[in-house]
Design a protein around this ligand. Sequence first.
Ligand code: UD1
Ligand code: UDP
Length: 351
Amino acid sequence: MKLTTIIGARPQFIKAAAVSRRFAALEGVSEGIVHTGQHYDANMSGVFFDELDIPRPKHNLGIGGGSHGVMTGRQLEAIEAVLLAEKPDWVLVYGDTNSTLAGALAAVKLHIPVAHVEAGLRSFNRRMPEEINRVLTDHAADRLFAPTETAMQNLRNEGLPQERLHLVGDVMYDASLYYRDRARMPRWFEKLGVAPGEFVLATVHRAENTDDLQRLQGIMNGLAEAGRPVVLPLHPRTRERLDRMRIDRQQNLHFVEPAGYLEMVWLEANCHCVATDSGGVQKEAYFFAKPCVTLRDETEWVELVENGWNAIVGADSKAISSAIANAKAPSVRSELYGAGDAAVKIVEALA
Ligand code: UD1
Ligand code: UDP
């Protein structure tokens, strides 16, 4: 079986690491990776290939930046050319980025079957670019690998046929189990003068927060008033916005460069709680038994909220600071995201 995997953004490198490792262990399967170039800085891309033993991309398209239409359109054109040359049996796409949609669309139009990992997630907020990418990708895909029963139900509600759907669990859970023993403290951590177990680990990058001055200011104020040191590895998009908007840097906010995954896992394992607008980081907080304050108005990962592990607070500074002050891990923690064998199930279903 010949497989082409299309990835381009940070969370996709981590998800693909879990699955590619399983493909590599199988005879008769060859996987070629296409990196669209959506993320391109060394600490947003190269570090993950170096640390997580992801096979080197066979094709680097170098297409990042620009508007949604420009990025997705240019990726679509370039991926089509690769697929015409490679002629894979399957195209594998992950998550909900512009690279996901471009990969799915290029493949389906060439009548190459598409497999979508992390299918069925919905925020029901159609202003989110990711929501459009997910819905369209799910409807283009031939195999949909859903992480949760809620995701399965979302797909059924949209009329997708049962035979395309597979409940497999979450590949990010597989990754966190596999890499947790290799977690390492970031080199810069000791210089911050922050004690392990005491700090809030925060990430902010979502368009709805970074493109809105009032929301971004509300989040920064809420974190500053949280009563604890906050370690914030800054996505380049957020760093650029903070610089441009001249948002005040309060003393207890420690802005640092984007962390590598192994460093991020260490920060997650050693923080007091997490505050984030990231999809992946909300779940990782749970994997490491940390309460999470979500800096959005809704989440796709509703089971975390239902089980008391996640508080949805939006961008209101008072709501953020009080949620962090009250953050406490519930006493019960069940396996919401499968048994850590999602990648095995995906590989079995395709192979
Ligand atoms: C993208 C995904 C989002 C995902 C996130 C993961 C879409 C629509 N959004 O958002 O779903 O959660 O990746 O991190 O696909 N930039 C750099 N260097 C980089 C990468 C980005 O400087 O290596 C800057 C550029 O100015 C770029 C901006 O960040 O224009 C935004 O990058 P982009 O990939 O468009 O969106 P993300 O916010 O990263
Ligand atoms: N991550 C990382 N370094 C960082 C921030 C995040 O390695 O500085 C990892 C994080 O542990 C998770 C993934 O990137 O595995 C989440 O990606 P991101 O928040 O960029 O995107 P989302 O999940 O929201 O799509």
